[in-house]
Structures are given as structure tokens and as C-alpha cells.
Design a protein around this ligand. Structure first.
Ligand SMILES: Cc1ncc(C[n+]2csc(CCOP(=O)(O)OP(=O)(O)O)c2C)c(N)n1
Ligand SMILES: [Mg+2]
Length: 785
């Protein structure tokens, strides 16, 4: 790149800085929200990355490359997309406004082609790494795609987040030469100028994990000064100076800057700078490489040249570069005043009439923008897999069996399906065998970029590692599990190949990866995750392994359908349906509910459960009706009027339960019958779908001021206005709303304390989940009626 090209890029970056600053400014100074809440935005954090991002989009990226942008640099991204012609001008004044640009980059809500959502710091850094893991898998299984580079632009304080180091350390992410992280090394976080410079520590951590590290520390002015006689003293002093002192220089000019700069410096430095006039000294000593376009492009090229491992570039920058708030310790959320904005505009030769203009298309900068727009344009990708997932597998259960075991068997059966099998990919954080993925792994093998020799032969588990394997094994990091699942579920877009991703994790540790779970679904990803085993039914394992709040979490997570079956066939139907939805087009032909999109969370158990009651219900309802109800979220497992005809006219209750506790509930129903109470038993297969159905009718009623109806999913399984006991191996709260939905008194039973070790019976006793307690709860519910 010659000097002319660098000058053109420099002109572009000045305009990018202006637009990014003004986008935030307009949102704050020109919008009347009437609510007294500050709109906000980050001019300083944005300015910091203007150079690195201008260099990327206007001189480095190709159409197939994918980039995660640091959350607080979203205005820079949108300014660039605008200059490239990919964003309508009307959006520029609508940052953080409804229907406008999101505060932080959003794949699903921003209009201009965001590759990775960001916002929760740390996750946006790791996402492209797992997108590259996904690409490596896709290339190995479905043929090589056009080459992509996966880039993350991250803040330096993001490196404090543990998930970054979990991602870097996992063997699954090694050797990815198409990954580049650019650290915006401005040595400031939100609260402060970070004490000390931790570059050596971080360099060591990256290098120990096998990464290639590049530092872009000095700009050209400084590099030239260092090369002069005596320049070494200057260099040594700038390197040795405390970070806080260095940062303070950005707020100073003239003699005050010189005085501060030389405070504590050796005499040789004072001598060296004695001839440099005041107006040049500041720009010289603050000339950092992260704002030198040629130095940045050179660093990117160095990363491209290293193809056998990921790269990280530490770009030394100034937070607030080019703005009057540069380097100020309190600049994270600082906004320029109107006068300061006017001065920035005037300095660029713009006026209020021309301030939002694109680059003049006839100018060298405008021509470059036009060329880049063309070379970065990309055809949209097909989301649907275009295969039909069967409605059920051949898995049959005659003996008592646990849902965890059925889950494993269904996957093995689907792996044999000529259409579906090759698209399945499983992953687990070191719990594949203990969550029953062994059968699938025996059948499909473990993925490794190159074939690995096996040193031990285990006849039970054939852990063959090769590029054909369909299980990606992770170290113990639930963050990595959900980050990988999130990216596997976006492979249709980021790697041009839809997949059917399935992950497993011990249910309590879903919480450990929760932020990444949210991240994936917020990004619009679709996958299946099984949380197994779950609840106090995992009795001997004790409190640290017994999940209680996960059912509520699953129910409440947007973009996630929470499913907790008890019986083999219902799980088979539900899992096949979930994979069918994932394989389907954007608006899947829904089951009983309207289109749902996103992830499916199956909460499973290792408790063997007698399948006979399900078969009885099946005989009563028939497969078609039963399947429809199972998928809709609930069916009547025992109809008291049919099971106990002699109780016609007797007091009636309904016992609603999910998952492993159903045997106790069935026994309670039988005991109630003996006491002259008719008890329906409802197996709630998806509390989430029921809740959503209820909410839909309520909201409809609220919005149209009409009487809400009882949704079909509830009506076919429950009896209206009949007292209800809810029973759940989970916090009692998750099911408690059913009373309101049925307009009936409710007694919710569940686990509201930390668990402990014991037998299932002992622990059910402790938490009032044994049949006797359920009977008493039913009588209490009747008495409340
Ligand atoms: C998980 C998470 N915790 C906290 C925040 C709030 N936060 C936003 S930016 C920031 C500081 C980021 O500093 P750095 O990464 O160095 O960015 P920059 O200096 O470029 O603004 C914090 C704490 C967040 N967005 N996400
Ligand atoms: Mg920072």
C-alpha cells in the first residue's frame, strides 16, 4: 500500500470518526424521549477502534470474512456500512431508538449485516473462534467452503473475562490459522485507567496456548524519532513510564504537557526533546501504532502469513482518539458538547447541510468505498436444511427406562437415518459418556482435524478420532459448550451449511454457561441441548449436582423451548419434532403452537420410569391425538372418570407434573381414588409451550380488551376450575402459575431448598414429593376450593 492509498484511508477514517461520533451525538442531543432516561452511547470507545476498523473494511477484508465488533464500537460499524452504501441514511439519527440501530451490534435486529452479536463482553471475542471451529468441521464433512477469516475486535478489559481464556485454552480451538483477534489496547476500562500494562502477562498466556502474537505499539512518527541518535532514551522512557502518567498526557498541551512528560525522566530524554517545539511534542509522544493505518495493515498481513494457529494483534490505541476527550480517565461514557461537535464538523470542512453525506463518489475516497462495497458483497444464505426428520424413531421401551437413556438411543437411531444422520453433530464439556452420548460416539466417532491413533481399546466405547467424527469433545467449560452450540446453530449463515447441533451438559451446570446460552439464542441460533441428569432425583450426588432453578430458567429464556418429558415415546416425538423445526425453514410449520424459533432445552433424568401408564394413555387417546398433545405441552395421562368410573360425581382434583416425579403422582392418584377423590393426572411435557399458549390468549385479551379464552393446549389436558396440585422435581414456583391459568386453587409442590445426598425416596420425602404428601396437597387444594 503506497502513501497515496494510506492518505485515502486516512481521509476515510476521519469521516468514519466523525459519523460515529455524530451518530451518538444525535441520539443524545437531538432526541426527545420524554422519559428522563439518558440515551447514552460511547464516543471514546468508538474512536479508539476507528483506525483498526477502517483498515479492515476499506483495505483488508474479503466478502467471506466474518467480524465480531466490540459492543461499544457499534457506531463505527454502522458508519462504515453507511459509507459503503449498505445502510440507509435515515438510520444514522436512530441509534438506540425503537426500530433503529441497536446500542450494541445485533445479528437479528440491526439492518446492516452484523455477523456476530456482541454486548456481554468476552462472548463476542470467543464467538468467531467457535465459528472457525464450526467451519473446520463443516469443511471436513461437507467439502471445503470458500476461505473465511474470522476476526474479533475486542476491548483490552474484555480480557479480564474468564470465558476468553476458557475458549483460548480448549484443545478444540487450537490450530485455527483463520482466526485473528485485534485487541483495542487503550489501557482504559469503564471505571479507570488500568494500572500497569499487562501486555507481558497476556502475551505469555496467548503464546502458551499456541497463539501468534503481534504488537502494534508505535506509530510512524515515534518509530522515526527512535531511529535518530539519542532516540533510544525516548523509547526506553515511553516504555518505562507508568500508564497513568502516559494517559494523562492526552489531556495536556504546550509546556504543561512537556513538564508532565518529563516528570521522572532521565536527563537524556529532556535533552532529546529539547529541540522539538511544544506543538509537535504532544502529537509525537502520543503517536501510537493502533492509529497508524500502514502499521495496522502490516500487522494484519503478518497474521495472514501464519496459517497454523490463531493470531492476536495488540493494537496500542487511545480511548477517544481524535476527540477532545482523548485519554481522559472518565471518558467511557463521556459525550462531546455541542460546541465540541461543531468544532469537529468544521475541522473536516463539513456543514450542518453536508454533515451526513457519504464520501463524494468522484473522490479517491468515494471510489475506494464503491470498490469495497462491491468486493464485500455476499449472497444471502439458505437457512433450511431441506431434509425431513422422521416424526419418530424405532426406539421402543418395554422395561422401565430413564429419559437420559432414551435420549441417547434416539440419537443413535437418527444417526442411522440416511437423510438426517450426517447433519447431526454433538458436543459436550467432558460429560459425553455420562450423559449417554456413548452410543452416538461409537457410531459416528469423535471429530479431530486429522486422524488420531488410538492407544487403548475399550470395547464399550470406541473413541475413534478422525475428520469424519460427528462429536466435538470440549474440555470442562459450559461457556464453551454454549458458545460452540450457538455457532453450530448459525453454520447455515457463517459457514453455508445448516447443521443439527445437539449438546449435553449436567443440568445444574447449565447455569454455568447461561450467559453464553443467552448469547446464542439472542443471536438467532437453533440447537438442542439436554440438561441431564437433573433435580434431586439425582439423589446420591447431593446438593452441588442437583438442579432446582433450571426449569424456571428454561421456561423464561426467550428463544428457548423448555421440554421435560417423562416417557420414552413422548421424548422420541419431542426430540424428532425439535430437530425437524431446526431443519425447517424460517417459519416452521408449527406443531400445535405457532412458529417457534431457537433452541430446545430438554431437562432429563437418570431415573428409570415404568412405561405402562403411557401405553394406557396411548390406547385411550390414539397416537395422532396423543402426539399432538405431547407436542403442545400436556396430555391427560390418567383420566379419573375413565379410570375410576365409580367416582362419578365425587370431588375432583388434577395432579400436574413434569418428568421424573410422575410415578409418585400416579400412586397418589390411586390413593386418592381409594379415599373417594377423582384425580386426573396430567403429564406436562413442555411447561414452556403451555405458558406461552396461556400468555398468548391473555395478551390477546389485554390488547383487544376482550375476555381471554382458555388455550387449546390447556383445555385438552386439564379440567377448567378444578383444584390443581403441581408436582415438580424443580423449584415449586415454575409450575405455580397453572392455578391462575385454570382459574382454580393450586398447591405447588417442588424443591425450594438446596439438596443433599440420599436415596430418591428419602429426598422426595424431605421435599414433600412422596405420594402421601401429594394426597395431602390434593385435599388441601380441594379445601381451598
Ligand atoms: C459481561 C459484561 N460486564 C460488564 C459490562 C459493562 N462494560 C461495558 S464496557 C466495559 C469496559 C470495557 O473496557 P474495554 O474492554 O477496555 O473497552 P474500551 O476501553 O474499548 O471501551 C464494561 C465493564 C458488559 N458490557 N458486559
Ligand atoms: Mg479499554
Amino acid at each position: 500500500m503506497n502513501q497515496h492509498d494510506i492518505d485515502v484511508l486516512d481521509e476515510i477514517q476521519r469521516r468514519v470518526l466523525w459519523l460515529a461520533t455524530r451518530i451518538v451525538d444525535a441520539a443524545n442531543r437531538e432526541r426527545v424521549t420524554g422519559d428522563g432516561v439518558k440515551v447514552g452511547g460511547h464516543q471514546a470507545s468508538s474512536a479508539s477502534l476507528v483506525g483498526a476498523m477502517t483498515a479492515l473494511w476499506f483495505a483488508h477484508l474479503d466478502a467471506e470474512d466474518r467480524v465480531a465488533v466490540k459492543p461499544h464500537a457499534s457506531p463505527v460499524f454502522h458508519a462504515i456500512q453507511y459509507l459503503l452504501g449498505n445502510l440507509d441514511r435515515s438510520y444514522l439519527t436512530r441509534l438506540r431508538a425503537r426500530g433503529g440501530l441497536q446500542s450494541y451490534p445485533s445479528r437479528t435486529k440491526d439492518p446492516d449485516g452484523v455477523d456476530f452479536s456482541t454486548g456481554s463482553v468476552g462472548l463476542g471475542a470467543a464467538a468467531p473462534l467457535f465459528a472457525a471451529v464450526t467451519r473446520r468441521y463443516v469443511d471436513a464433512h461437507f467439502g471445503t467452503r470458500p476461505h473465511s477469516r474470522f476476526v474479533a475486535l475486542i476491548g483490552d478489559a474484555e480480557l479480564d473475562e474468564g470465558n476468553i481464556w476458557e475458549a483460548v485454552a480448549d484443545p478444540a480451538t487450537t490450530g485455527l490459522g483463520n482466526v485473528m483477534w485485534v485487541v483495542d489496547f487503550n489501557r482504559q476500562s469503564l471505571d479507570r485507567v488500568v494500572p500497569g500494562v499487562r501486555i507481558d502477562q497476556w502475551r505469555g498466556q496467548f503464546e502458551a496456548a499456541g497463539w501468534h502474537v503481534v504488537e502494534v505499539k508505535y506509530g510512524r512518527k515515534l518509530a522515526e524519532a527512535y531511529a535518530q541518535p539519542g532516540g533510544e532514551a525516548l523509547r526506553d522512557w515511553i516504555d518505562a513510564m507508568p500508564n497513568e502518567q502516559y494517559q494523562s498526557l492526552f489531556g495536556l498541551t504546550g509546556p504543561a504537557l512537556r513538564k508532565q512528560f518529563l516528570d521522572g525522566a532521565p536527563d537524556a530524554v529532556a535533552t532529546f526533546v529539547a529541540d522539538i517545539p511544544d506543538d509537535r511534542l504532544g502529537p509525537l509522544v502520543t503517536d501510537l501504532g493502533g492509529h497508524d493505518l500502514a502499521a495496522l495493515l502490516d500487522a494484519y498481513a503478518q497474521c495472514d502469513a501464519v496459517t497454523d494457529r490463531p493470531s492476536v494483534v495488540f493494537a496500542y490505541t487511545v480511548k477517544g482518539w481524535g476527540l477532545p476527550i482523548a485519554g481522559n480517565p472518565r471518558n467511557h461514557s463521556a459525550l462531546l458538547s455541542g460546541e465540541q461537535v461543531d468544532a469537529q464538523r468544521a475541522a473536516l470542512g463539513l456543514t450542518p447541510d453536508t454533515e451526513w453525506d457519504r464520501l463524494d463518489p468522484a473522490s479517491p475516497a468515494g471510489i475506494r468505498a464503491g470498490q469495497r462495497r462491491e468486493s464485500l458483497s455476499r449472497a444471502p444464505r439458505e437457512r433450511a436444511l431441506g431434509v425431513t426428520v422422521p416424526q419418530a424413531t424405532k426406539v421402543r421401551a418395554t422395561k422401565p427406562i430413564s429419559t437420559q437413556e432414551v435420549f441417547g438411543r434416539v440419537l443413535v437411531d437418527l444417526a442411522r437415518d440416511p437423510q438426517v444422520g450426517r447433519y447431526l453433530v454433538t458436543t459436550a464439556p467432558d460429560v459425553a459418556t455420562s450423559t449417554n452420548l456413548a452410543g452416538f460416539i461409537n457410531k459416528t466417532g469423535v471429530f479431530a482435524p486429522t486422524a488420531q491413533r488410538s492407544w487403548s481399546e475399550d470395547r464399550m466405547l470406541r473413541w475413534t478420532e478422525s475428520p469424519d467424527g460427528q462429536h466435538i469433545e470440549l474440555g470442562i467449560s459450559e461457556m464453551n459448550l454454549f458458545l460452540l452450540l450457538g455457532q453450530l446453530g448459525l453454520a447455515w449463515d457463517l459457514s453455508g451449511q445448516p447443521l443439527l447441533p445437539v449438546g449435553t451438559v449436567y443440568d445444574p451446570f447449565v447455569l454455568r454457561g447461561l450467559d453464553a446460552f443467552l448469547y446464542g439464542t439472542y443471536s438467532g441460533s437453533r440447537f438442542v441441548v439436554a440438561g441431564t441428569p437433573s433435580g434431586i432425583t439425582l439423589a446420591p450426588e447431593g446438593g452441588a449436582h442437583q438442579s432446582t432453578i433450571t426449569a424456571s430458567v428454561g421456561l423464561e429464556l426467550p428463544g428457548v423451548t423448555f421440554i421435560e418429558p417423562a416417557y420414552a415415546t413422548s421424548l422420541d416425538w419431542l426430540l424428532c419434532d425439535a430437530l425437524g423445526q431446526i431443519a425447517g425453514p424460517d417459519q416452521p410449520a408449527a406443531t400445535a403452537a405457532p412458529a417457534e424459533d431457537g433452541a430446545y432445552y430438554f431437562r432429563l433424568s437418570t431415573r428409570p420410569v415404568d412405561q405402562a401408564p403411557f401405553e394406557t394413555a396411548r390406547a385411550r387417546l390414539g397416537d395422532a391425538v396423543l402426539r399432538r398433545q405431547v407436542l403442545a405441552g400436556a396430555y391427560r395421562l390418567v383420566d379419573a372418570h375413565q379410570a375410576y368410573p365409580h367416582l362419578a360425581g365425587a370431588p375432583t382434583v388434577q395432579l400436574a407434573a413434569s418428568g421424573a416425579v410422575l410415578p409418585e403422582v400416579l400412586t397418589a392418584a390411586a390413593e386418592l381414588a381409594e379415599e373417594g377423590v377423582a384425580a386426573h393426572v396430567v403429564d406436562v411435557t413442555s411447561l414452556d409451550r403451555l405458558y406461552r399458549a396461556w400468555q398468548r390468549t391473555l395478551r390477546q385479551g389485554v390488547r383487544t380488551a376482550t375476555v381471554p379464552s382458555v388455550p387449546g393446549a390447556l383445555r385438552s389436558a386439564f379440567a377448567d376450575r378444578v383444584p390443581v396440585v403441581t408436582v415438580h422435581d424443580a423449584a415449586s414456583h415454575a409450575m405455580a402459575w397453572l392455578g391462575s391459568a385454570l382459574a382454580a386453587p393450586a398447591v405447588p409442590l417442588g424443591v425450594d431448598e438446596f439438596g443433599q445426598s440420599g436415596s430418591v425416596e428419602e429426598l422426595y420425602d424431605l421435599h414433600d414429593l412422596l405420594p402421601g404428601s401429594i394426597v395431602n396437597a390434593a385435599l388441601a387444594a380441594l379445601s381451598l376450593h
